[in-house]
Design a binder for this molecule. Structure first.
Ligand SMILES: Nc1nc2c(ncn2[C@@H]2O[C@H](COP(=O)(O)OP(=O)(O)O)[C@@H](O)[C@H]2O)c(=O)[nH]1
Ligand SMILES: [Mg+2]
Ligand SMILES: [Zn+2]
Length: 356
C-alpha cells in the first residue's frame, strides 16, 4: 500500500519519526475498528492490530484509543498479518460527539479528515436545525464542511431547497445537489476528491451515503438500503465506519447514520455556524448581552425586523445551553482524570520498587 495515497504527508511523517521507539516500528492508518481490534493499512499491507499492554495501561479515556482515520505507530508481525499499536499520532482534525447514552465521554467519529460531506436527501424535508448541529460539529472538528443534497432526481424544487440551506450558511459553505441515478452534480464533488485527501460522509441513515460511495468507487462495495420491504427487510447496511480507497488516490469514510448527535466541545464552532448572530452580537449595546431582554440588543432588533429567523435564534440558544452543560461536565471529568493519572503513576512506582 502506498502511504501517500492514503493521506500520508510530511507533517505526519515527522511526528512518526519523533514518536517511534525502534527501527522495527512502522506507521499505519486505522481503516476499521471492531471491539478494540483495528484493521490498519501499512506499507506491508493490511494488518490486524491490538494496542499494546502499556498503551491500555496508560490510556485514561476513550479518546486516547485509536479511532478510524488515525495514524498509528505499530510493531508489525507481517507473517501473521498482525501487529501491535504503540501510539496514536496527533490528530490534525477530529469529528467528535458525546457518546450516545448518559455517559460523559467523547466519541471520535472520524479522525484526520480534510472534508466532511454532510449528506441530506432532497426528497425529504430538510431539517435546518439538524444541519446547524452538524455544521457546528464539523467546524469544531477542524475539517471543512460541504453540504451534499442527494437524490436530486426525486426533487422538483431543487433551487428552492438550495436557497433554504443557503439561508443558514450565507454562501460560506458549498452546497451541491447530486443524483446517484443520473450522476448529475458529481463533477462538482471532484474538487474535493483530491489524491491524498480524506473525506467523511455524514448524515442520517437512508440519505444515500453508501450509494454515493459505490458510485465514486465504481463498484458495489457498500451494501445499500433496500427501499423495497418484504424479502430484503432487515438486510444489513452500513453498520460501522470504514475507510475506503478510491481509484484516484483519495480516501473516503462511509459511516452509519447517528441517531444522537450531541455536542462534545466547542470553541469556535458555535460562532462559525452562527456567524450572523455572532456579528450582530458585536453591535449589541452591552458587550456581554445575552440577547434575552436587554435594551439595545441588535439580535432582538434583527428578529423584530425579520432579518433573523426566530427558529434560528432558538437553535443557537439550545446549542449554547447544551455546550455550557457539557463544559461543566468537562471540568468535573478533568478533576477525575487528574486523580486517575496520579493513581497510574503510583501503580508504576510500586511496580518499579518490586522489580528492584
Ligand atoms: N432515486 C434515488 N435514490 C437513491 C439515490 N441515492 C441513494 N438512493 C436510494 O436510497 C436508499 C438508501 O441509500 P443508502 O446508500 O443505503 O443510504 P445510506 O444509509 O446513507 O448509506 C437506497 O435505496 C438507494 O438506492 C439517488 O440519487 N436517487
Ligand atoms: Mg450506508
Ligand atoms: Zn444582544
Amino acid at each position: 500500500m502506498n502511504l501517500i495515497t492514503i493521506g500520508m504527508n510530511e507533517k505526519i511523517e515527522t511526528s512518526f519519526k519523533l514518536v517511534k521507539q525502534s527501527e522495527e516500528m512502522i506507521i499505519g492508518r486505522v481503516a476499521l475498528e471492531h471491539k478494540r481490534m483495528y484493521r490498519v493499512w501499512t506499507e506491508q499491507g493490511e494488518l490486524l492490530c491490538e494496542v499494546s499492554g502499556k498503551f491500555s495501561f496508560e490510556a485514561i479515556s476513550r479518546e486516547d484509543y485509536p479511532a478510524v482515520g488515525d495514524w498509528v505507530v505499530i510493531k508489525p508481525r507481517a507473517v501473521e498479518g498482525k501487529g501491535t499499536i504503540y501510539s496514536v499520532l496527533p490528530r490534525f482534525s477530529k469529528f467528535s460527539r458525546k457518546s450516545a447514552g448518559r455517559t460523559t465521554e467523547e466519541q471520535i467519529v472520524a479522525a484526520n479528515v480534510d472534508t466532511v460531506f454532510l449528506v441530506n436527501s432532497l426528497n425529504e424535508d430538510l431539517n435546518l436545525r439538524r444541519l446547524e448541529r452538524y455544521l457546528l460539529l464539523t467546524w469544531e472538528s477542524g475539517a471543512n464542511p460541504v453540504i451534499v443534497l442527494s437524490k436530486a432526481d426525486l426533487c422538483k424544487n431543487i433551487e428552492e431547497k438550495i436557497a433554504e440551506v443557503e439561508s443558514i450558511t450565507f454562501g460560506g459553505v458549498p452546497v451541491i445537489a447530486i443524483s446517484a441515478e443520473t450522476m448529475n452534480g458529481f463533477d462538482r464533488l471532484t474538487d474535493y476528491l483530491e489524491p491524498g485527501k480524506t473525506i467523511a460522509l455524514l448524515g442520517s441513515s437512508g440519505v444515500g451515503k453508501s450509494t454515493l460511495t459505490n458510485r465514486l468507487l465504481g463498484e458495489e462495495k457498500q451494501l445499500v438500503q433496500e427501499i423495497r420491504l418484504g424479502a430484503d427487510k432487515g438486510r444489513h447496511t452500513t453498520t460501522h465506519r470504514e475507510l475506503i480507497q478510491l481509484p484516484n488516490g483519495c480516501v473516503l469514510m462511509d459511516t452509519p447514520g447517528m441517531r444522537e448527535l450531541q455536542i462534545w466541545e466547542s470553541s469556535k464552532g458555535l460562532s462559525e455556524t452562527f456567524a450572523d448572530i455572532d456579528q450582530l452580537s458585536g453591535t449589541c449595546r452591552f458587550r456581554d448581552c445575552q440577547h434575552e431582554d436587554e435594551p439595545g440588543c441588535a439580535v432582538a432588533a434583527a428578529i423584530e425586523s425579520g432579518t433573523l429567523e426566530p427558529e434560528r435564534l432558538t437553535s443557537y440558544f439550545k446549542l449554547q445551553k447544551e455546550l455550557s452543560y457539557i463544559e461543566r461536565k468537562h471540568d468535573k471529568r478533568a478533576q477525575s482524570d487528574e486523580k486517575k493519572h496520579w493513581k497510574n503513576i503510583n501503580k508504576q512506582m510500586k511496580h518499579k520498587k518490586k522489580s528492584f
